[in-house]
Design a binder for this molecule. Sequence first.
Ligand code: ZN
Length: 112
Amino acid sequence: MRVWNEIDPSRLCKKHLLAEHRETLCVWSVITNNKKGYSKHPETVRYRHNLNALVYRHIKLVHEATKRGYNFKDLPNSNNIPSLNVIPDSWDNQEKSLSSKDCDCIKMESLR
Ligand SMILES: [Zn+2]
């Protein structure tokens, strides 16, 4: 599970954009439904008291997906939660971590 909140979604490859969307839904579900599985995962811990930031990130992912012709579903029951860009600290350097992956993330930018 990984939320790449420090990386603009336009810089994500298709695989990571789709995966992050799934993962934001998962983190959301674990927190809002008080699930045990993944409750100690670093991303769950990071967003547990920062649901506003998770909503904000999810909206950004949905915008990018819409631009690329995908139809991402909203976070369930998130209408009453204001979207705020209050980014919780990451546990590592996201830019460095993502650029080391064998995909077009981040590198895509230089090709444009
Ligand atoms: Zn990627």
